[in-house]
Design a protein around this ligand. Structure first.
Ligand SMILES: NC(=O)c1ccc[n+]([C@@H]2O[C@H](COP(=O)([O-])OP(=O)(O)OC[C@H]3O[C@@H](n4cnc5c(N)ncnc54)[C@H](OP(=O)(O)O)[C@@H]3O)[C@@H](O)[C@H]2O)c1
Length: 220
């Protein structure tokens, strides 16, 4: 992914605008969409995400190389997988029963069963899915972003099964202000989800790697 890759952010709630702002600052052209009319978010977008273009979701996706899923997981189930076919999809979502309700397919947690992004990827068989940008709260995601080399830079994990897609999202992660930690497979990305050792944490690279290693040891 180059800084000219076009990003479509699906979701304009808490985390979507933060991801959009960070990506714009890093030089990516960004569109943003909800499930509805882009006119409804035009003013707020101009105010809080200057430079982002509000569009209908289908148009945003059609013109994007990379699509960031920043909507609640239960709303993702309404999305037509065909819309995302051929795209690099960044899954920033988490399964959160308190707001998603109980979704049978996603029950199981971080240590047993499939990770939520594995289930998302099965649904999006025509897309390259990378789990990323899901484990840091939206305030911190924006406030703790730092350029490469900053002494207080933090780490953000990502996971996927497609090496080119993983490399592209590692580059995105780096450019928006975090040391990217590649976790191997999409399955290994379970450590990033609720119940996992780095969920909700904003850690330095060594702290992040230690937390993941300790978790792996505790499970073996
Ligand atoms: N909040 C955080 O700190 C944070 C951090 C990292 C990851 N996450 C994860 O990111 C996801 C979103 O969290 P959030 O807190 O940002 O949620 P939120 O504030 O409830 O925002 C949801 C946004 O998604 C939009 N949306 C719903 N269905 C859509 C669709 N089909 N296409 C495009 N947009 C759609 C909603 O707009 P309409 O309803 O108008 O369509 C709304 O703008 C969750 O899975 C969460 O776990 C959250």
């Amino acid at each position: 992914m180059t800084s000219h890759s076009r990003l479509a952010v699906l979701g304009a709630g808490h985390v979507g605008p933060v991801i959009a702002r960070l990506a714009l600052r890093a030089g990516y052209p960004v569109t943003i969409a909800t499930s509805g009319d882009p006119d409804d978010i035009a003013l707020i977008t101009e105010l809080v995400i200057p430079g982002a273009e509000p569009r209908w979701a289908s148009d945003a996706v059609a013109d994007a190389d990379t699509v960031v899923l920043a909507m609640p997981l239960h709303r993702f189930l309404e999305v037509d997988p065909g819309l995302l076919a051929g795209k690099l999809v960044v899954d920033a979502m988490n399964y959160w029963p308190a707001s998603d309700g109980v979704l049978a397919a996603f029950e199981g947690g971080a240590s047993i069963g499939s990770g939520s992004s594995e289930i998302v990827a099965r649904r999006l068989a025509g897309s390259a899915v990378v789990k990323a940008l899901n484990h840091i709260g939206y305030h911190e995601l924006e406030d703790r972003a730092r350029p490469a080399g900053a002494p207080d830079r933090r780490a953000a994990g990502l996971a996927g099964d497609d090496p080119a897609a993983v490399a592209a999202v590692a580059d995105l992660t780096d450019r928006i202000g975090y040391d990217p930690v590649r976790l191997g497979s999409l399955r290994a990305g379970r450590v990033l989800q609720p119940g996992g050792p780095v969920f909700g944490q904003v850690l330095t690279l060594p702290e992040f790697e230690r937390a993941v290693d300790e978790d792996a040891r505790s499970l073996s």
